[in-house]
Design a protein around this ligand. Structure first.
Ligand code: BTX
Length: 325
């Protein structure tokens, strides 16, 4: 509303100084109750306002807005993120990306949302994607690779995400095979790779990326509070989401180009340098059953090699991993 815009303008002009309720109601020409109501609205939109008796209000934190423009401004890539489809609220960016890919979207097209109401993880699990806090996005790729090589792209994405997070925050996250990125043992990022393919030909690979960026601990639902974390939680600082997305685009494009011309080897080496599960004892829960053993590495396809307690080498294509030591 117009009043809201003027209220924000007044705070912006005050430049961090307090504005009294009285002053605000005079400036805006409305009652103090109306001022108070608008301040409550701002709070529910993610603004942090400090209220001090006799002095008034001041804004201490603005919500971090993202938009296609902000992401594209100054983005130095060839194709990643050159086309951005941004929406405030979607069910899932994966769904939109699937439709766009089917309609001939170009390689590198990016779908970004501020909030997802039905964000999804693997195996129909839910991915918690509240507004104004995270990076919820899907990248559309058109690599000419056989279907059995596509898991490599999940690993490549994990490396790109770690490098981008390092660039922006200075933190070095760790990878838990195949797609979890952890900081201090808690999940900060999820990756979901989906395909549009026919026979053995890949039409599109759609890589969904969820990054918990500015969540406070209390903002996670209770069941996630001890398994999830955010970049802000770990650094103690608000992170600019648009900048983070730019960094992911740059890092991803560089690795992806190297992958297309030199293959998986260089990516594999980087991936291994960030992996925590290597050589550890783990339990792998697959749809076919549970295996126990030691993580011996990943093979050139990106498949996990598990040396079982009986000394057999098993290939694990998809599983939930519990690290034991
Ligand atoms: P996953 O199946 O490995 O992880 C899902 C599990 O992670 C859930 O069952 C829950 O325990 C936990 N979890 C849910 N939400 C969060 C969260 N915000 N932070 C940490 N842990 C959480 C991982 O699946 C793949 C997730 C991809 C999400 C992106 S977001 C953009 C794109 N669109 C979409 O719908 N999904 C992808």
């Amino acid at each position: 509303s117009e009043l809201r815009t003027r209220l924000l303008q007044a705070f912006s002009e005050a430049d961090g100084e307090f504005l009294s309720g009285q002053k605000l109601s005079e400036t805006l020409g409305c009652s103090r109750t109306a001022v108070w109501k608008h301040i409550e609205d701002l709070r529910s939109e993610g603004y942090k306002l400090e209220a001090v008796r006799k002095r008034g209000y001041r804004i201490t934190r603005k919500p971090d807005k993202i938009s296609g423009n902000e992401i594209q401004l100054g983005l130095k890539t060839e194709f990643m993120g050159r086309h951005i489809h941004f929406e405030e609220v979607v069910a899932s960016t994966q769904k939109i990306a699937h439709t766009l890919a089917g309609d001939g979207a170009l390689e590198g097209t990016l779908v970004v949302a501020d909030q997802q109401t039905e964000g999804r993880g693997r195996l129909a699990r839910a991915w918690y994607s509240p507004k104004q806090t995270g990076v919820w996005m899907s990248m559309i790729l058109k690599p000419e690779i056989p279907i059995n090589k596509t898991p490599q792209l999940t690993l490549l994405t994990a490396v790109a995400l770690i490098q981008a997070i390092e660039d922006v925050t200075g933190l070095t996250p760790e990878i838990k095979w195949p797609n979890d990125i952890l900081i201090n043992g808690r999940k900060a990022v999820g990756i979901l790779t989906e395909l549009q393919a026919e026979a053995d030909r890949v039409h599109s690979v759609i890589i969904g990326v969820g990054i918990n960026v500015n969540h406070t601990k209390e903002q996670f639902p209770e069941e996630l509070q001890h398994i999830a974390t955010s970049l802000a939680e770990e650094t103690g600082q608000q992170i600019d989401r648009a900048k983070l997305i730019q960094s992911v685009m740059i890092r991803f494009e560089k690795l992806y180009k190297s992958y297309l011309s030199h293959g998986f080897k260089p990516v594999k080496l980087l991936w291994e340098s960030y992996a925590i599960s290597l050589n550890k004892k783990l339990i792998a829960r697959t749809l076919q059953g549970t295996l126990r053993g030691r993580a011996a590495g990943i093979d050139d396809e990106g498949v996990l090699l598990l040396e079982t307690d009986e000394g057999k080498l098993e290939k694990i294509y998809s599983a939930d991993i519990e690290i034991q030591s």
